[in-house]
Design a binder for this molecule. Structure first.
Ligand code: GDP
Ligand code: MG
Length: 166
């Protein structure tokens, strides 16, 4: 089984931390430099039965400067070409404008979108339900999966779900 997955989300929600955990330091190709290429392969996760290519989607993150039509199209094309989209949020933060920018684009794709609630090590479990209710109103998520990318909680479950979808 193999497929392409992209991770989108506001800055600092933990996308790179997640990548490091699933790809492993040795193979991870990560950079904070501005990206000019269309799709950037960030890493490939391989195990006995599957291979998942994680790609970045430049342009989907809310830019500081005006985003040209070209980049918007590029980002949306990428979203339509992957097998699954992980929309990552920070469990400590509520819904915000940065999320709205991304959700506006996710509403136009047909690919399955998984809501990944990261940093659950930082919140009381009771805080998750209201957060989930808030986001569920905005988009029809394939599944909602809470994780801690830093500590590893539930990350294997997320990978199993993705493999099941490929
Ligand atoms: P990105 O901008 O989305 O790539 O976010 P990063 O991966 O760079 O993470 C931003 C900050 O959040 C870093 O200080 C990480 O150590 C921290 N972080 C990421 N995931 C977790 C998590 O699951 N729990 C906690 N407590 N901190 C996290
Ligand atoms: Mg990052």
């Amino acid at each position: 089984k193999s497929g392409f997955v992209t991770i989108v989300g506001r800055p600092n929600v933990g996308k790179s931390t997640f990548m490091n955990r699933v790809i492993g330091e040795k193979i991870a190709i990560m950079s904070d430099k501005p990206q000019t290429t269309r799709n950037k392969i960030q890493g490939v996760m391989t195990d006995k039965e599957s291979q998942i290519v994680f790609i970045d989607t430049p342009g989907i993150h809310k830019p500081k400067h005006k985003l040209g039509d070209y980049m918007v199209n590029v980002a949306e094309n990428t979203l339509n070409e992957v097998d699954a989209i992980l929309f990552m949020i920070n469990a400590e933060e509520g819904y915000g404008r940065g999320d709205q920018f991304i959700i506006d684009r996710l509403q136009r794709v047909n690919q399955p979108v998984y809501l990944i609630i990261n940093k659950i090590d930082r919140v009381h479990p009771d805080q998750l339900l209201p957060l989930i209710e808030q986001y569920k109103e905005k988009l029809d998520f394939e599944e909602i999966i809470p994780i801690s990318a830093l500590e590893g909680n539930n990350v294997n479950h997320l990978l199993d779900v993705l493999k099941g979808h490929l």
